[in-house]
Design a protein around this ligand. Structure first.
Ligand SMILES: NC(=O)c1ccc[n+]([C@@H]2O[C@H](COP(=O)([O-])OP(=O)(O)OC[C@H]3O[C@@H](n4cnc5c(N)ncnc54)[C@H](O)[C@@H]3O)[C@@H](O)[C@H]2O)c1
Length: 372
């Protein structure tokens, strides 16, 4: 198979779909790899590293899209890339379709076969290709929350760790999955007073076991959410219902319960966000203020730590990518339920139920469509 990667063009997205080490794995398996000139430079990989790994360097993204059977990316294609995609081409990347009907419509029109990292699922329900990015976003969320709490950034001027004799800052985390647990680690490390809320008793039990008395765990009920909103300096949105739009846990009217200059960090923005007032922002202009509350809603947080994130992402996407390349997508889907669950789009049909339900478009059963 001919496999390619291009420079990411989303705002401040510096990650790259393939590292030179991944390229070497594909070429060792007998595949040919093409990389757009300069695609990996911001993640620490010059073109020569790709050449040494066996890739061909092409002058433009258009050339890579034209020659390759499978494109391995990081983020969803941007509008200027839509015309470069073609029917039957495999696109292996984060897609996050449930939150974006325009993107879904555009990709359906191209006729690509879209495999989304974020819906690939292991038998235990965990999401292997989302996990490392969630770990990074979770850790970053507290770093960003702490920064935007500073006066100069519109925050209320609280130091999360406090100092001897002065109260610590309060952090509330909605959702105690991968993002939430990692946010919790950093918030505890900074010395903040941390409360974490989830609907899963097992998850709360786990968090209580690992963090012990250093944090408070609470059931995620409307009452408890209102309580933590009123007292928190930073609130982190980290909920997920796989493949579906995030539940809106915080409504606009709740903002008046909060302190002026408190910070909301909605990590779940890529699934539509769990605050009603969320709208996606970029690393260029990451925050906005509603009713005195600072909102940070960057949809590609790990892009800002591209060196760490590219290596982490490739370590999880490579084994499945190799399987798709070696067997072909359809056979890979038959052999691996994880890859099959990643299949969101297939030649003009949407084959992932939750995406169809969220966007109110026709669901086509992949079993029927490609005999899985
Ligand atoms: N913005 C970014 O750059 C970025 C990066 C990585 C992940 N994410 C997003 O972060 C979100 C969380 O990802 P994750 O990997 O931690 O998912 P996860 O599945 O590990 O955890 C989600 C948690 O949310 C809990 N939950 C569900 N409904 C809830 C509710 N009503 N109240 C409280 N908790 C609830 C679940 O029980 C689960 O523990 C996802 O939307 C993901 O796409 C964003």
């Amino acid at each position: 198979m001919k496999i390619g990667t291009v420079r990411e063009i989303k705002n401040h997205e510096y990650r790259v779909g393939l590292t030179p080490s991944s390229v070497k794995s594909y070429t060792d398996h007998g595949h040919r790899v093409f990389v757009e000139k300069g695609a990996g430079i911001e993640a620490g990989y010059p073109d020569d590293d790709y050449r040494s790994a066996g890739a061909g360097i092409l002058g433009s993204a258009a050339e890579v899209f034209e020659v390759c059977d499978m494109i391995v990316k990081v983020k969803e294609p941007q509008p200027s890339e839509f015309p470069l995609l073609r029917k039957g081409q495999i696109l292996y990347t984060y897609l996050h379709l449930a939150a974006d009907s325009a993107l879904t419509e555009a990709l359906l029109k191209t006729g690509i076969k879209g495999v989304a990292y974020e819906t690939m699922e292991l038998p235990d329900g965990s999401l292997p290709c989302l996990k490392p990015m969630s770990e990074i976003a979770g850790r970053l969320s507290v770093q960003e929350g702490a920064k935007y709490l500073e006066k100069a950034f519109g925050g209320r001027g609280v130091l999360l760790g406090g100092v001897p004799g002065v109260r610590r800052g309060k952090v509330a985390i909605l959702g105690g999955g991968v993002v939430g647990t990692n946010a919790c680690k950093i918030a505890v490390g900074l010395g903040a007073d941390v409360t974490i809320l989830d609907i899963s008793p097992r998850r709360l039990e786990y968090l209580d076991d690992i963090f012990g008395g250093t944090i408070t765990t609470l059931y995620s009920t409307p009452h408890n959410i209102e309580h933590v909103l009123a007292e928190s300096d930073v609130v982190i949105g980290a909920v997920l219902i796989p493949g579906a739009k995030a539940p809106r846990l915080v409504k606009r009217e709740h903002l008046k319960l909060m302190k002026t200059g408190a910070v909301l960090v909605d990590v779940a923005v890529d699934q539509g966000g769990c605050f009603e007032t969320t709208r996606p922002t970029t690393h260029d202009d990451p925050t906005f203020i509603v009713d005195g509350v600072v909102h940070y809603c960057v949809a590609n947080m790990p892009g800002s730590v591209a060196v760490t994130a590219t290596e982490a992402l490739n370590s999880v996407t490579l084994p499945y990518g190799l399987k798709i390349a070696d067997k072909g997508l359809e056979a890979a889907c038959r052999e691996s339920e994880t890859i099959r669950l990643g299949l969101n789009l297939y030649e003009g049909a949407c084959v992932y139920k939750e995406v169809c339900e969220d966007l109110d478009i026709e669901f086509v059963n992949p079993h029927k469509l490609i005999g899985l």
